[in-house]
Design a protein around this ligand. Sequence first.
Ligand code: AOF
Ligand code: ZN
Length: 369
Amino acid sequence: MVLLPEDERFMAAAIRLSRQHLGLTSTNPSVGCLIVKDGVILGGGVTALGGRPHAEPQALAAAGEGARGATAYVTLEPCSHYGRTPPCAEALIAYGVARVVISVTDPDQRVSGRGINMLREAGIEVDTGILEREGRRSLAGYLMRQTRNRPYVTLKLAVSADGMIGKTGEGQVRITGDIARAQVQMLRAESDAILVGIGTAIADDPELTCRLPGLEDRSPLRIVIDDELQLPLGSKLVRTARQYPVIAVAGHPPSFDENTDAAFLGRRAVLDAAGVEVLQSNSSEPGELLEALGTRGISSLLVEGGARTAQRFLDAGMVDRILLFQGPADIGEGGIESPVLKSNIPADFMHVGESRFGDDLCDEYERGF
Ligand code: AOF
Ligand code: ZN
């Protein structure tokens, strides 16, 4: 494999392009593709909204005749199967591309190496694994759902200088500033679903939508772990459920007999009538819920709290990434301790980045998979 000095630079650009449609391509990955010749980008494409067309035919169409003899940079191995669109590998061959540079190979059993073989058999030079770590990160939701049938889980926590995530009985406490909050809204826009526990839903009355101007329609599916269905009808979540879907996850402990618990059934019917979907799953085993979400096409989940919910996901080994936002002020007396701090991040996580948003810092930790 002979890599050129510009290969990483163009792959980084293709990855950036792919992120534009993160969370918007349904169960398909959001892939980026650039067609480059003599150091000039002749065309670019990102998997279209809803998942089709794929990235490559769009980039090729933009480059037109110029694609002959060019290099294609693709964040995911081009597909080789006849789905609702013809194989992208075939399109790259037909346009006369000379070289294809790939970041991540595709675990989809219909592809999985066949795309690369098709290209090589047609005499195209293929290099794989370029910026693979960054590529895998941009495709994390897709890769996790393909290989484990569950969404990729990001735990986001906002922690005060003294290690607290809130204050007992005070509802929403301001820990981070506006710039960090906007960043969290961006995270929501990129996620398929967002989850909180009933304690947070009652204490904070959060909306859990994306309110960035122009991105309101990118709000994720909102999920509340709500064993006994206590979600108040007057909560913002319930009041907006018809506009932005809400799932309440009711538990089913062994002693619980749903047929005789009329009060529970009553609450269930009322939530149902308000447009909230009720799903039953054992809350002390987050894996059960995650599998149900994977099966319905959810590839990425943002867990936003509170402490108990975060701890349950951590204990079950169901957190793949931790984003620890750190505000500059103390909360002091009555503070609710964060389940994780910089000083006690679980050992299997790696520190992969640190960013500053206004007065706040954000540390990012990841677990490989
Ligand atoms: C590519 N480029 O931009 C994307 C790809 O249902 P289909 O026919 O659209 O196929 C979905 C599969 O296609 C998906 O699982 C993955 O293997 C691939 N996605 N491939 O060459 C793209 N989005
Ligand atoms: Zn394709």
